[in-house]
Ligand binder design. Structure first.
Ligand SMILES: [Zn+2]
Length: 386
């Protein structure tokens, strides 16, 4: 029998559905898959056979029987390949290698002294290559790299504008793909963080999240109905550049009084200058030692964060606001100021519904989201976008 185009398409869609169910719910038997996916047993068996041949699925012992023969259970082969995730921040980058289920196998942290694209690309490539060199033997090897960048990224993986890195028009996807020779996905770092928390962290149970990446600047990944809200050009979430002071401090974006000038890691470091502190880690250490100047400073930053979070809550009515990136380290000293400010400023109906929490993956939200994007791109190869 000749296979028509339509049949081929239907088969691809069905295979994608079966693989997705195994990834999410394994261990599963073929009968359970058939019920879950609404496909007949013969179709499920054929598709599972192909996935086993492709080493994406394997069989384990017998599951519980509901009478009759005990069924063979199917597992997703999370060691079929490995993904690289990179979080490119302003002062440092974090790189991890994970299996296909987000388990971290190896990690690198690199300080960034210079920001010109060539120097950063060299460090990025170096970190990724050294991780790739550590990949255990597997069916597919390293299946791709995902990068989260603190900047505005288009759908071709070009960084259009990253004010804190001072980058414009850097074709990061192309450059990295050419030097690493693996598929590369590039996303805004806050979107990557939101994905990381949604998949592996504090956002697992929620469907309406605003993830705030509070690092050198402030970016937001906005999740509604379980997926990222990207906006017309994919550029949504630049909440750090919303104005909270009419004639406030100048920002690198060209505006005055941007939220991130008052509530980011950079804002905290600026306030810390009279204390002779140049690194965020030192400031955290001072607060841990109960130094009153450091505690007061974090209180001020917490208030400024609270002002913007009240705006976020009024605008998006989220069930969960997650504070992520480096500012998670300051949780003990900013939490009360944030909560007090939000209670005083947000609309009461909105405030009652919104939980404010700190990212459970800590500094790893974005790097895990970036690795997850690489895994999704790999597993989607057999899928159809519709
Ligand atoms: Zn700005």
């Amino acid at each position: 029998m000749q296979t028509t185009g339509d049949q081929f398409l239907v088969k691809k869609i069905n295979k994608a559905i079966v693989l997705d169910a195994i990834v999410r719910h394994c261990p599963l038997s073929r009968a359970q898959l058939s019920d879950m996916c609404g496909l007949n047993k013969g179709t499920v068996s054929t598709l599972v056979g192909e996935l086993i041949e492709e080493k994406l699925v394997y069989e384990i012992g017998f599951g519980r029987s509901s009478g009759g023969r005990k069924p063979v259970m199917l597992m997703f082969n999370k060691s079929a390949g490995y993904a690289i995730g990179i979080d490119l921040e302003v002062r440092h980058m974090l790189a991890v290698m994970t299996d296909l289920d987000g388990r971290v196998i190896a990690e690198r942290q690199v300080e960034l002294e210079r920001h010109d694209p060539a120097s950063v690309l060299e460090l990025l490539t170096g970190a990724a290559r050294s991780l790739i060199g550590e990949a255990p033997p597997s069916a597919y090897g390293v299946i791709g790299a995902g990068v989260g960048v603190a900047g505005i990224v288009d759908d071709k993986g070009t960084v259009l504008f990253a004010p804190n890195l001072e980058w414009e028009q850097v074709e990061l996807e192309r450059l990295l793909r050419e030097s690493l020779a693996v598929p590369v996905t590039i996303d805004n770092e806050a979107n990557a963080g939101a994905l990381g928390e949604l998949q592996y962290g504090a956002g697992k149970e929620a469907s309406g999240i605003v993830y705030l990446s509070v690092g050198a600047g402030i970016g937001a990944g906005i999740v509604t109905g379980g997926s990222l809200m990207k906006g017309a050009g994919g550029f949504s979430g630049e909440l750090g550049h919303t104005t909270i002071e009419t004639n406030g401090k100048r920002c690198r974006c060209g505006n005055k009084g941007c939220w991130e000038q008052y509530a980011s890691e950079s804002a905290a470091l600026e306030l810390a200058r009279p204390l002779g502190v140049a690194r965020f880690g030192e400031l955290i250490e001072l607060a841990k030692q109960d130094a009153p100047e450091a505690i007061r400073l974090f209180h001020e930053v917490g208030e400024s964060l609270g002002i913007g979070i009240a705006n976020v809550i009024n605008a998006f009515n989220p069930e969960l606001v997650l504070i992520g990136n480096r500012m998670v380290l300051a949780e003990p000293w900013i939490r009360t100021a944030i909560e007090r400010t939000v209670s005083a400023r947000a609309l009461p109906f909105h405030r009652r519904q919104a939980q404010i929490r700190f990212a459970s993956l800590g500094e790893r939200s974005a790097v895990m989201g970036a690795a997850f994007s690489a895994v999704t791109a790999f597993l989607s190869k057999d899928r159809v976008t519709w």
